[in-house]
Design a protein around this ligand. Sequence first.
Ligand SMILES: Nc1ncnc2c1ncn2[C@@H]1O[C@H](COP(=O)(O)OP(=O)(O)OP(=O)(O)O)[C@@H](O)[C@H]1O
Length: 254
Amino acid sequence: MSTILSFQDVTVTNGNRILLDALRFTVCKGEILVIVGESGSGKTTLLKAASGMISPPLQLLGEVCYKGHTLQSSDWQKIYGYELSILFQNALSSFCPVQTIQTQLWDAVRLTGKMNHSEFTEIVKKRAVMLGLPEESLHKYPITFSGGMIQRAELLFPLIMPPHLLLADEPTSAVDSLTQQKIADALLRLRRYHQTAIIFVTHDIRLARYMADTLLVLKQGHLIEYGKASSVIGNPQQPYTKELLFLAGIRKDF
Ligand SMILES: Nc1ncnc2c1ncn2[C@@H]1O[C@H](COP(=O)(O)OP(=O)(O)OP(=O)(O)O)[C@@H](O)[C@H]1O
């Protein structure tokens, strides 16, 4: 499988403070890498590093490579949106407040030139139904959406225009368990049919077990465990990972 993204000794600092410490990992085409770790361990910072969004006062050392090329800041603009999609923790910030969800999605899809308007209206309805979003909500303004609805609305664009790499920062944090399952299944379908590589951040180790091919555990900016998800979950090496699995009821002791 070809490598989509790799971190080569990526360190992120804020002055003297190390937020990420020499991380090394790769993500291949069609792979789902799930990042888990306690609050403040650096999960969002890792996604920012993966998407060229580290800016002063933070500093990035090491190399982030996309499809074999080290990315400089100007390169990210070329892949944003169509090759690389990002689901932010604050999904509302992804939308313009004065246009309906459907109008904004169509504006973005139209620019790709890959779909006409009637194909778009057909597919956007199907994808909304897949995520449990009522069809009529597509004609509403983002501000009228609940937290869980806006998270799902943010996922519509990559489901309509499958990217090569999707970065998702806790995309199920504001939804009930049934909707969580729908989002997880939509992401699994994206991988299965379009070989999208996905880096997915969650606090939910059960969801991680359901989704992940590969699991990466962060603690205070350090990669403490990384490998095939079934191996990490079946045979964790670190006390922290054992505790996470114990607290989720997946292990009987730690
Ligand atoms: N722009 C910034 N300037 C200074 N410190 C930052 C900045 N961004 C993140 N940090 C610090 O880096 C550390 C890691 O933050 P990060 O948001 O990556 O953690 P996280 O694991 O995603 O947490 P959570 O699960 O709570 O979202 C935190 O201590 C945070 O305060």
